[in-house]
Design a protein around this ligand. Structure first.
Ligand SMILES: Nc1ncnc2c1ncn2[C@@H]1O[C@H](COP(=O)(O)OP(=O)(O)OP(=O)(O)O)[C@@H](O)[C@H]1O
Ligand SMILES: [Mg+2]
Length: 402
């Protein structure tokens, strides 16, 4: 097992495009690290530089304290599981798992047999050992690929979107499986995904990337409660955070549905900055008729356009007007996030017992202590609590002397 240190890693492909642009990430021994971000942000490139499948343009890659920039992949002792598993179709499951051991020519036949059985027991593949990969389900193939990584006793596991080929149900099961296995083996893991649910559920820490730049490196909880900028705020969470126009004057914040008072520490960096973007998550609203204790929040009346009732909860949609400059800002954010256009509508999650119906002018409660305020020019979260936000490189640069 080993720690992985990436120091100022840059990757420029032939055409000069910086696919990875000065990224520093430390993965602790035994840690489960997620690299997440929209398509093209450089996740696979970074992972391939760790394994040695891609040259590093500049920076240092250290594994267990040793610089490995110039080591061939086979000399780095890492195990990579690809999206397409790369199993040998003509070999049985047993032989697929045994393959790296036979290749190394270091073990006797009985030692190999022990290791294959140990892995297959762990992965619940015992009854499939004599079958061919072609006859297995996607999840079983996935486990064979992991078995091959396990028997090698690699220093770290590297995964590149290993679950993206599976259907939603199996993806959920395999997610739990990978998490359990990683904890049991305690093996350093770097896992690439563009799925924020995988990122949140699997990672000890998550590195959020955008266009080759590290946006924030933090625990799932830190990312969720303290996103460093608009991009992270919009990327993490489903349904996503609502973004509203906000005008801050002293400690009062004018929103499309009324004006609320925030604690002074929240507005300290935001006051007098003109038009800002307020962010508030769907679950921080409630039907005021259902919410028992209205104490810590604020209520407003608004016309509900659509209601989606799911039994345990309901999503209500409330359209609002936004000034044109904010519309442009949100359109750009949607492009960055690789998502559909962000509508100027509020999505609120209500308790399943709420009777609010389409067309109602409803009274909605909002937990104002959960509001974030973003600078539309830089995207910076002006209300972030730096003690509970992990690392935000953009803010480190700002704080550096000179
Ligand atoms: N061989 C290559 N030559 C030139 N540019 C490349 C090459 N491979 C990737 N790129 C570029 O580098 C950037 C990062 O690519 P990368 O494959 O790392 O993205 P990714 O985050 O893994 O995306 P996805 O989620 O689509 O897999 C992209 O803009 C891509 O076009
Ligand atoms: Mg990729």
């Amino acid at each position: 097992m080993a720690a992985i240190h990436m120091k100022n890693i840059v990757k420029q492909y032939g055409d000069g495009f910086p696919a990875v642009n000065d990224i520093s990430i430390d993965v602790a021994d035994g840690e489960f690290m997620i690299l997440v971000g929209p398509s093209g942000c450089g996740k696979s490139t970074l992972l391939r530089m760790i394994v040695g499948l891609e040259d590093i343009t500049s920076g240092d890659m250290l594994i267990d304290g040793k610089r490995v920039n110039d080591l061939a992949p086979r000399d780095r002792n890492l195990a990579m599981v690809f999206q397409n598993y790369a199993l040998y179709p003509h070999l049985s499951v047993y032989e697929n798992i045994a393959f790296p051991l036979r290749l190394a020519r270091k073990l006797s036949e009985s030692e190999i047999d022990d290791k294959v059985h140990e892995a297959s027991r762990l992965l619940e593949l015992d009854e499939h050992l004599q079958r061919k990969p072609g006859n297995l389900s996607g999840g079983q193939r996935q486990r064979v690929a992991m078995g091959r990584a396990i028997v090698r006793q690699a220093d770290a596991f590297l995964f590149d979107e290993p679950l993206s080929n599976l259907d939603a149900k199996l993806r959920g099961q395999m997610r739990t499986e990978i998490s359990r296995l990683q904890k049991r083996l305690g093996i350093t893991t770097v896992y690439v995904t563009h799925d924020q649910t995988e990122a949140m559920t699997l990672g000890d820490r998550v590195a959020v990337l955008k266009r080759g730049l590290l946006q924030q490196l933090a625990t799932p909880r830190e990312l969720y409660t303290n996103p460093g900028n608009l991009f992270v705020a919009g990327f993490i969470g489903s349904p996503p955070m609502n973004f509203l126009p906000a005008q801050v004057d002293g400690t009062s914040v004018q929103l499309p549905f009324g004006t609320v008072e925030l604690p002074p520490e929240k507005t300290a960096k935001a006051t007098g900055k003109g038009l800002l973007i307020a962010g508030i998550r769907p679950e921080h609203f409630e039907d005021a008729g259902v919410k028992r204790d209205l104490g810590s929040g604020s209520t407003f009346r608004a016309t509900v356009d659509v209601v989606e009732w799911l039994g345990n909860e309901a999503f209500a949609y409330i359209p609002f007007e936004a000034p044109p400059e904010m519309r442009a800002e949100l359109a750009e954010l949607a492009r960055d996030l690789d998502s559909e256009a962000l509508h100027t509508q509020l999505v609120v999650a209500l308790d399943g017992s709420s009777r609010i119906a389409e067309g109602d002018e409803a009274e909605i409660w909002m937990d104002i202590s959960k509001i974030h305020l973003f600078d539309p020019a830089t995207g910076e979260n002006l209300t972030v609590d730096p003690q509970h936000a992990g690392r935000i490189p953009a803010m480190e640069v700002e704080a550096a002397p000179g």
